[in-house]
Ligand binder design. Structure first.
Ligand code: FAD
Ligand code: NAD
Length: 461
């Protein structure tokens, strides 16, 4: 049987563009890609990139405050020019989108800037009705924000909306305690918005190391976020320009903007999957094996639509591995066990690789090397913020099982710590490394005595 293409990729985000480019440019496959919105996907257009640029913008008041502690008595930020910043931000996103588009074109990928659905195991239907056949189909459609099922949820905004606001709200509510809620609370607070964050748990960032979570929770309050724990909204009502929120403790409050940061779901609805035998998980994610292959041999899926580890570098690695495996005869699996990540809060970030202390203790014996301290830079300026460094070590093998950092630029630090940990480094390897002084990260190689030697006596989480 002959096909129009060797590969048809649905979705021009992190996973899709990588798979398409590698299959076409390195392995000579005939590749097409459909994108219904903008090339680059969530990360480039409405995720990592605009978010991080806004985090940089939001850092100014904290920097001015710190510099006052260094003798710059009248250091101040002045007024934030949101329209000016937003124009520059979108010019940058346009530039990046063009880079992604030309990257595909230069690789020889045929682009269709429209929605695609699956007609059968080898056929894709474009929104204009065109049918394209392909030996392989790669689903890389990502995820979409989820609004909770409460009355008036339609009055709430989602993360995509932050980057498009005409003006910044005077007072805003963020609902959730995950990555997006914590980063967005940091951004809005830093840009001068009165920020309330409501989270149903007892500390933000569930799934991270508990000590790091507690520090992150305290920091949100320290920078001025009105963090309300143990509550959830039960309804939203729109009254003129204001959204009135009722919470499950009976309280009500009104805001100029309410953002839901209550998670994302795989975007598999109305994708034509009913025309296939592709198996879905309960949450709508495409069920795939370790090669990213679905239950249909010609259909693979990568990235957030598979709900494995929903981060850009993981989607990219899955897309690349897929192209190597299927078109390059170089079988490559992705190891999802050790993936570093960071939450870009300010002034300190929370970053993590490997097991949390709670996970390590649940697994068995562990030596905990942990320290909290006031780092030189902010400490001198008068800040009471404490930084955390933690290594979790298997006492039998001496292998470092996990590393957690709460501190300035922790994301940058964890990237480097992730290399030896991925390689299987031991604590002795860390100890053998001579410190760089004076840095905050030197603590990683100078912690000699365990703060706790846990020997399976019950755990504390
Ligand atoms: C606010 C925010 C901040 C984030 N920050 C970070 C971060 O700092 N670091 C990090 O690692 N990750 C971050 N992420 C997560 C990261 O963006 C995702 O993990 C990543 O984009 C997943 O890539 P993907 O290829 O699976 O999907 P996506 O990037 O979502 O791409 C899917 C693409 O498919 C298109 N599409 C969908 N359906 C169709 C269809 N039927 N036909 C044609 N096209 C279709 C969509 O328009 C989209 O462009 C963030 C996410 C958000 C929302
Ligand atoms: N820095 C980064 O790497 C980064 C940044 C942003 C997003 N991301 C990725 O995007 C994903 C999505 O981010 P997210 O923050 O939306 O999801 P998340 O899963 O991290 O957090 C969702 C939060 O919403 C809460 N929640 C869920 N339903 C609720 C309800 N009905 N009422 C009140 N609270 C509710 C949850 O308890 C949780 O705190 C992340 O898991 C991550 O993979 C990564």
């Amino acid at each position: 049987m002959t096909f129009d293409y060797d590969l048809f990729v649905i979705g021009g985000g992190s996973g899709g563009v990588r798979a398409a480019r590698i299959a076409a440019s390195q392995y000579g496959a005939r590749v097409a890609l459909a994108e219904e919105s903008r090339m680059g996907g969530t990360c480039v257009i409405r995720g990592c990139v605009p978010k991080k640029l806004m985090i940089f913008a939001a850092t100014a008041p904290l920097m001015a405050q710190e510099m006052q502690g260094y003798g710059w008595q009248s250091a101040a930020t002045g007024d934030f020019d949101w329209p000016g910043f937003r124009t520059k931000l979108h010019a940058e996103l346009d530039r990046l989108e063009a880079v992604y588009t030309s990257g595909q074109q230069n690789a020889g990928v045929d682009l269709f800037m429209q929605r695609a659905t699956i007609a059968d195991h080898h056929t894709v239907e474009l929104a204009d009705g065109t049918l394209k056949t392909a030996k392989h189909i790669l689903i890389a459609v990502g995820g979409r924000p989820v609004r909770p099922d409460i009355p008036g949820a339609e009055h709430g905004l989602i993360s995509d909306d932050l980057f498009l606001l005409d003006r910044l709200p005077r007072r805003a509510l963020l609902i959730g305690g995950g990555f997006i809620a914590c980063e967005f609370a940091t951004i809005l607070n830093g840009l001068g918005v009165q920020t309330v964050q409501a989270y149903r748990g007892d500390a933000v960032l569930r799934g991270f190391d508990r000590q790091g979570r507690d520090l992150a929770t305290a920091q949100l309050r320290d920078i001025g976020v009105d963090l309300r724990l143990g509550i959830s909204p039960t309804r939203l009502d729109q009254e003129g320009d204001q959204t009135v929120v009722t919470f499950d403790d009976g309280s009500t409050d009104r805001f100029d903007a309410v953002f839901f940061a209550t998670g994302r779901a795989p975007y598999t609805k109305e994708l034509g999957l009913e025309n296939t035998e592709v198996r879905l998980q309960k949450n709508g994610a495409i069920a795939v094996d370790e090669w990213s292959q679905s239950s249909v041999p010609s259909i693979f899926a990568v990235g957030d639509v598979t709900d494995r580890v929903n981060l850009t570098p993981v989607a990219i690695r899955e897309g690349h591995s897929y192209a190597d495996t299927v078109f390059g005869a170089k079988p490559r699996k992705v190891n999802h066990d050790i993936v570093a990540s960071a939450v870009y809060m300010r002034p300190f970030e929370l970053a993590s690789v490997g097991l949390t202390e709670e996970q390590a203790k649940a697994r068995g014996d562990v030596d905990v090397f942990a320290t909290t301290f006031r780092p030189m830079r902010s400490g001198f300026a008068g800040s009471k913020e404490r930084m955390m460094m933690k290594l979790l070590v298997d006492p039998d093998t001496d292998k470092v099982l996990g590393c957690h950092i709460f501190g300035p630029e922790a994301g940058e630090m964890i990237q480097l710590a992730a290399i030896p940990i991925t390689m299987g480094a031991t604590k002795a390897d860390f100890d053998a490394t001579i410190a760089v002084h004076p840095t905050a990260s030197e603590e990683l190689v100078t912690m000699r005595q365990p703060s706790e030697q846990y020997r399976g006596q019950g755990g504390d989480d």
